[in-house]
Design a protein around this ligand. Sequence first.
Ligand SMILES: Nc1ncnc2c1ncn2[C@@H]1O[C@H](COP(=O)(O)OP(=O)(O)OP(=O)(O)O)[C@@H](O)[C@H]1O
Length: 354
Amino acid sequence: MPLLEVDHVSHAYGKHAVVRDLSFDLAPGQIACLLGSSGCGKTTMLRLIAGFEMPAAGSIRLNGVTIASAKTQLPAEARRIGMVFQDYALFPHLSIADNIGFGLREQSALATRRRIEEMLELIGLSDRGARYPHELSGGQQQRVALARALAPQPHLLLLDEPFSNLDVELRERLSLEVRDILKRANMAAMLVTHDQNEAFAVADVVGIMREGRIEQWDTPYNLYHRPATRHVADFIGQGVFLPGEVMSRQVVKVELGQLDSDVPMDCGPSCAECQRGCRLDVLLRPDDVVHDDDSGVKAEVIAKAFRGAEFLYTLRLASGAQVLSLVPSHHNHAIGEKIGIRLVVDHVVTFPQG
Ligand SMILES: Nc1ncnc2c1ncn2[C@@H]1O[C@H](COP(=O)(O)OP(=O)(O)OP(=O)(O)O)[C@@H](O)[C@H]1O
């Protein structure tokens, strides 16, 4: 049985529909993320699960029990759902240990002390229990916020942009640490963010939200390699769309060569049984375009960005179309130079021409 079931949930603020017919499940111990640009309804969905908003339609079940629908609304404090916010929200006048123990006041003093010690160990701050929040770094404070939310053993943890107050380097490291802590605690969690790296670092499964709907609910790998829509393909990672000509249901030709797809290609709604000659767009990621001096296909370097181990080259093809290519940075070519390239595409992704 799924731990969390969100079933056709909708919500509006006045007449403004913000969450539209959303459905997804979360398994025990699974970490999911809602990813989308600002205003797409991510936080509202989190607030519906937490119990701070009531759905206009649909239902939310936790462990098989309906906690929210248009008719039922279990109070937030009765849901056993923990929350971690972007501003940590630690109590400044309480020690780290007392912050973590805040939600445990109904337990005996001994049980509370043991649980605090366990949580301090889980977040790697066993020696800081007597300190106060202002004596800790931002990353450490966020770990304490996580420990405080985990201490009462919630069924589910919700994290609202938990790393957005931290600098990029720390954000990346803490994302991995948080994933590790959640996995060790076998805690199911749902994160919302607009940062793709964060989503990919923390989550097992990611829902791409747009205007209150989920466009694709999938693993980070599939979102990148098998985007279901043009919007997802654009939103996740980098890439370009190159016009292609369908040679058969499984083969498409682009300017750089012929590609074999392991899935049949649909050229558009009118194309029931694809005929040779239909046209569509092929998604090419920078890692699909490989630099090869021996290749007969040449492209002109029109821009380059140094990434340390690699250059990201923007290349112009003979037709004028542009592609991106990730090239090991010891291949340092000048702008205007022509370099050999070839395609190495594992998954051919095509869309009707836009
Ligand atoms: N309490 C509210 N009353 C009225 N409108 C609201 C309220 N909360 C959010 N909204 C609106 O609903 C829409 C979705 O907001 P929400 O906070 O869910 O988006 P989000 O995807 O989390 O965005 P962000 O990444 O900027 O936090 C926005 O247009 C926002 O202005």
